[in-house]
Design a protein around this ligand. Structure first.
Ligand SMILES: *Cc1c(COP(=O)(O)O)cnc(C)c1O
Length: 414
């Protein structure tokens, strides 16, 4: 997929539009599985919340992935996309016992992340195998907005509470078939990751009926040139060796699982917007595009960097711009960026728009959510139509404001 393909997509499907490159998704999938080729049993569960279009889920299925889901709706979406329940991991946080029971009924792998639900679920359904989410309290990565490994995190059962887990398991007779961690959204340091893995291994020795160990995700992908990214090959080499050793000690070949979201889809995505206005103020040149944080919230929410290129004028002289949206609220995509000269009507391409972009989009300002296009085998395929006013009105219920007949005036008592 090259620049002229992208311009053609913007012409055909309008703007703003998300575009995903199937080939990049496939190559990331291959890269991760190849890095762990020496592990006899390995499974990737794609984290649906990163990008949940059904066509993307079907592509993941074709590649051989299962799914990692965080809500009953994501479970249902996975089933609708044709996944077998046994390929779906359900890792909710803070949901009701009832929803967990509903998911268990559908046959998916339950992952429980607090003692209260563990005890209730185990008492009622001791026969249903359950994975437990452990918080090893290891902080992998430095961005405080998205780190989940710290001691007061709402995620996972603290490693210090394992004795309580063991008591619940013994008293209920429940069957723990997996151990899980997801330490944070940005693994920078392989040693930190391996350290957390050791904690998981030592926890795993307490449970005799395991089928898998799930190391979560948080692989870092580059957003800028020269950005640090997780060295998957090095991690693969070190963790595979240690995992195989552990299985030998444990006396059973377990499955090594990961649940990548960002790693599989972030770099495969592009967001195309059109420039409505170029506005010069006393200190800045704003390029105002036909989108906003309603469509791509990461810069405002996480201060994330998304590289922006002017694909309508790639050879233009570079100037400094602030790229902003059209929402009636501050919605800055980028500050003081060098971009080749922007003219009104130009198409700007945002990189790394595959993960947590469309899936976080909203209708704020009553704007339609964008179209989505999958570039697959050299052709563009529309995989989600742009919304229309009908979508905005769909669940709104009219009430009757026509004048109501007044009751007769009853004179007030004096
Ligand atoms: C969000 C999430 C993931 C995916 O994280 P990425 O950083 O996108 O790879 C994996 N597992 C769980 C439990 C998650 O909540």
């Amino acid at each position: 997929m090259n620049t002229s393909d992208l311009l053609h997509i913007a012409q055909t499907y309008g703007s703003p539009t998300y575009v995903y490159d199937a080939e990049k998704i496939s190559s990331q999938y291959e890269r991760l599985t190849n890095a762990f080729a020496s592990v006899p049993k390995m499974k990737l569960h794609y984290a649906v919340k990163a990008l949940s279009n059904v066509s993307i889920l079907k592509l993941m299925k074709k590649l051989g992935a299962g799914l990692d889901t965080v809500s009953i709706q994501e479970v249902q979406l996975g089933l609708a996309a044709g996944f077998d329940a046994s390929e779906i991991m359900y890792t909710p946080n803070g949901v009701s016992l009832q929803e967990i029971e509903e998911a268990a009924q559908l046959g998916v792998q339950i992952n429980i992340d607090n003692l209260s639900i563990l005890e209730q679920f185990g008492s009622k359904h001791p026969k249903i195998p359950v994975c437990i989410r452990i918080n090893p309290h290891v902080l992998a990565g430095g961005n405080h907005n998205i780190s989940v490994g710290h001691i007061d995190s709402k995620f996972g059962i603290s490693i210090h509470q394992v004795p309580h887990v063991l008591r619940i398991v013994e008293l209920t007779g429940m069957h723990i078939n997996g151990i899980h961690m997801h330490t944070g959204s940005d693994i920078l340091d392989i040693d930190v990751f391996l350290y957390a893995s050791e904690i998981l291994f030592s926890t795993a020795t307490h449970f005799k009926e395991l089928d898998f160990i799930d190391f979560g995700s948080g692989f870092k992908v580059p957003y800028k040139k020269d950005d640090i990214q997780t060295n998957i090959e090095e991690l693969g080499e070190k963790l595979s060796k240690r995992f195989n050793e552990f299985c030998h000690e444990y006396g059973k070949q377990l499955s090594l699982n990961f649940e990548p979201g960002k790693f599989l889809v972030s770099e495969a995505g592009y967001f195309l917007t059109e420039v409505n206005v170029v506005k010069q103020t006393t200190s800045t040149v704003f390029a105002g595009v036909d989108s906003g944080f309603n469509h791509l919230i990461r810069p405002m929410l996480y201060n994330s960097y998304h590289h922006i290129e002017n694909i309508s004028n790639p050879e233009g002289r570079e100037r400094y711009y602030s790229v902003v949206g059209y929402i009636c609220e501050t919605d800055t995509f980028a500050n003081n960026r060098r971009i080749s000269e922007i003219r009104e009507g130009d198409i700007l391409k945002f990189n790394n728009a595959g993960a947590y972009c469309f899936s976080m989009a909203s209708n704020y300002n009553s704007r339609y959510r964008p179209a989505e296009v999958l570039w697959y085998q050299g052709k563009a395929h529309l995989i989600r139509k742009r919304e229309t006013l009908d979508d905005i009105l769909r669940n709104q219920v009219d009430i009757d404001f026509s004048p109501v007949k007044k009751k007769k005036n009853i004179p007030k008592e004096v």
